[in-house]
Design a protein around this ligand. Sequence first.
Ligand SMILES: Nc1ncnc2c1ncn2[C@@H]1O[C@H](COP(=O)(O)OP(=O)(O)OP(=O)(O)O)[C@@H](O)[C@H]1O
Ligand SMILES: [Mg+2]
Length: 262
Amino acid sequence: MIVEAKGIGVRRGGRDILRDVDFCVAPGEMIALIGPNGAGKSTLLRSLNGLVKLSDGTLALAGTPIAGMTRRQIARVAAYMPQQAGDTADCSVAECVMAGRLPHMSGTDGGDRRRVFETLERLGLLEFSERPLSHLSGGERQRVFLARALVQEPRLLLLDEPTSALDLRHQLDTFEHVAAIARAEAVAVVVAIHDLSLALRYADRVVMMSGGRLVADGAPAAVVTPDLIRDTYGVSASVGRVDGHTVVVPLRSMGNDRPAGE
Ligand SMILES: Nc1ncnc2c1ncn2[C@@H]1O[C@H](COP(=O)(O)OP(=O)(O)OP(=O)(O)O)[C@@H](O)[C@H]1O
Ligand SMILES: [Mg+2]
């Protein structure tokens, strides 16, 4: 197992924002993490990368308890793409992506630069490589942060809403690319996402969170059902087939009659 979390919990300001989470991830698995705002998706992803201190439970990454790992050791296993990139330093695109190589760099390896430019090319970002990050559009910048996570060549890729700023084509290209890496290199992927149709299309497994807990974990079609969507999001939805794909159409918010997350 690349991730083995048993009974993990996170407490902040006297509140349990993650509660009793059992979560295992095998190499090559692509897992979509879904659930309403505030459900705990980002907290779980950050916990898996050692960025959040656990209040309860145990967590091992690739068989090693995370509590005893250094940042560099964690970064050689797991790459994390944050929901909101806090980078304000105005580096160039190539410099920003090069930061993803830091856990591996020996100082003499010209291969790091080659990997950065290969990844930029694959994500259609080559033309931006020398531009300052601040001169990019929101979606272009989001693709740069994905590139930075990919050049880290992790065994576990933690992506927090990686397509939230992307146009339709780049949403599909991003998921196709990540799914291909998961298959070809047995990289495990955990991706938080609000687009349930994309989750159904690309995930091997869907994990639904609500109120800091896992409320469902299983095959996409077993988790993304009208009943669970109603109970978890407070929205009535239709789940149907279009052109061979299962899609979710939200029909009506139940508003205050049925608050989401309760
Ligand atoms: N440092 C903190 N201190 C106190 N509460 C926090 C802290 N960080 C997060 N929270 C709370 O924990 C809960 C879970 O937050 P989290 O960011 O994990 O949600 P999420 O599922 O990623 O939501 P979204 O879909 O909006 O990104 C929220 O209610 C949030 O307000
Ligand atoms: Mg989040």
